[in-house]
Design a protein around this ligand. Structure first.
Ligand SMILES: *[C@@H]1O[C@H](CO)[C@@H](O)[C@H](O)[C@H]1NC(C)=O
Ligand SMILES: *[C@@H]1O[C@H](CO)[C@@H](O)[C@H](O)[C@H]1NC(C)=O
Ligand SMILES: *[C@@H]1O[C@H](CO)[C@@H](O)[C@H](O)[C@H]1NC(C)=O
Ligand SMILES: *[C@@H]1O[C@H](CO)[C@@H](O)[C@H](O)[C@H]1NC(C)=O
Length: 387
């Protein structure tokens, strides 16, 4: 009994020694009033890991499943000579001292016990919700949540733990940095996750996010648009609310703002393409007037003049979807807001592209395809008019 306790004590000492210098980082989380395992139980560590010698210890990647696992690891990684030395030291201790050690060790073990992701999220949410903590603390809590919600189980837990309401509330924080990460978290958590999408919609997050896209802080606008796209993607309720909250005007505004950041242009064009695709898929739903409007289509075509090939490609995908909509017929009769001229100019520019030849060739294939779809549609409409 005495002996096994001693061994246990040694292992803990060894574990602490080993961990103190290894990648498993213990964070001094003064906000939560104690030691806290680096959040994400490995995510953060993976990104910042530089010590090659530790890379083969897979046990660390997801954190230890239990104290037992941690001890096993410690046995394998501690220096036997040092262990013996410590064993010798321990044998010299008096009964009182041993008892004191045992208490200390017990405390240590309690502190070291690895919190679950849910516990980490709970701590971060608590800190975020605590208005007496500093902006820095709130920032750190949000960064932890950002990493944690990458796992779908955590994203699903976010609302259960009260986190989603706090994050949506913080979308109106006076600090743009805080607002930005909140939008980012919502975007990440709701991406391809219908459960979180519905929760964000129910908590009323969408209208705020739509407003935020107009922010004069570029990063905030980008993350807000990312969140809007994630929340409504393939989601009937989300798309309905998007239109009723003026999301279409927001997208149109970004597309026609020539000074907007190219990343905003890319995202808004992609969103437009997605919305058109959704419409094609659920063709029984009435087509929003939004689509049959040169005030929307012309700024999109103007973006073909961009030197960003990625943006040009996204524009073509969106135009391709728009052309296939029923409402396109009305615009096609009048030349689809100048499509032919825009595509012709684009052809010249693509021919001149030097740096990314292969990409330009791919985009040219798509450009031709869009032109053929246009001609085909034009033929059909003209035949209809002749009848
Ligand atoms: C933990 O952080 C607080 C505040 O940042 C500091 O006062 C304290 O000394 C730190 N404790 C340790 C053990 O580093
Ligand atoms: C908020 O943070 C302060 C400062 O760390 C702490 O004293 C207080 O207990 C916290 N409040 C809650 C509700 O956790
Ligand atoms: C946030 O704090 C308020 C009081 O300040 C409390 O009513 C609410 O339950 C807290 N929410 C969470 C998720 O901790
Ligand atoms: C257009 O974008 C710029 C740069 O992001 C921004 O400062 C400006 O407010 C935007 N204009 C409108 C009308 O949204």
């Amino acid at each position: 009994m005495e002996r096994s306790l001693l061994i246990f004590a040694l292992l803990v000492v060894a574990t602490v020694t080993v961990l103190g210098t290894s990648r498993a980082e213990v964070v001094n989380n003064s906000a939560s009033g104690g030691l806290l395992w680096s959040s994400g139980a490995g995510h953060l560590a993976e990104n910042t890991e530089t010590d090659e010698s530790l890379n083969d210890h897979d046990e660390f990647d997801g954190g230890f499943p239990s104290l037992d696992g941690m001890l096993q690891w410690a046995i394998g990684h501690s220096d036997p000579a040092k262990l013996e030395l410590k064993a010798h030291d321990v044998q010299q201790l008096s009964a009182d001292e041993i008892q004191k050690r045992q208490m200390e060790i017990k405390e240590l073990v309690e502190k070291l016990e690895m919190p679950s992701d849910a516990k980490l999220m709970q701590n971060a949410i608590k800190d975020l919700n605590n208005s007496s903590l500093s902006l820095e603390d709130h920032h750190r809590a949000l960064m932890e949540l950002l990493v944690l919600v990458e796992a779908i189980d955590n994203a699903n837990d976010l609302h259960k733990l009260g986190g989603l309401s706090v994050i949506i509330r913080e979308l109106t924080n006076s600090d743009s940095g805080i607002r930005t990460i909140c939008a980012w978290i919502i975007g990440k958590a709701s991406q391809n996750n219908p459960v979180v999408q519905e929760q964000v919609l129910e908590l009323g997050g969408l209208p705020t996010l739509i407003m935020m896209v107009k922010s004069s802080f570029t990063e905030e606008a980008i993350k807000a648009l990312y969140a809007v796209s994630s929340v409504i993607r393939n989601n009937h309720n989300g798309i309905k609310l998007f239109y009723s909250e003026g999301g279409d005007l927001m997208v149109q505004g970004v597309l026609s703002n020539v000074t907007a950041d190219v990343r905003l242009h890319r995202r808004s064009v992609s969103l437009l393409g997605d919305l058109a695709e959704y419409q094609l898929e659920y063709s029984s739903k009435p087509e929003p007037l939004f689509f049959r409007n040169c005030a929307l289509v012309r700024p999109v075509l103007d973006l073909t003049a961009s030197y960003d090939l990625d943006l040009q490609e996204k524009v073509l995908v969106a135009v391709k979807n728009l052309l296939r909509l029923k409402s396109a017929e009305l615009l096609v009769v009048d030349g689809f807001c100048g499509l032919k001229g825009a595509l012709e100019k684009m052809r010249h520019r693509l021919q001149q592209e030097q740096d990314r030849r292969d990409y330009a060739i791919d985009v040219e294939v798509l450009r031709k395809e869009v032109y053929l779809i246009y001609l085909d549609k034009l033929n059909k409409v003209q035949l209809l008019l002749l009848e």
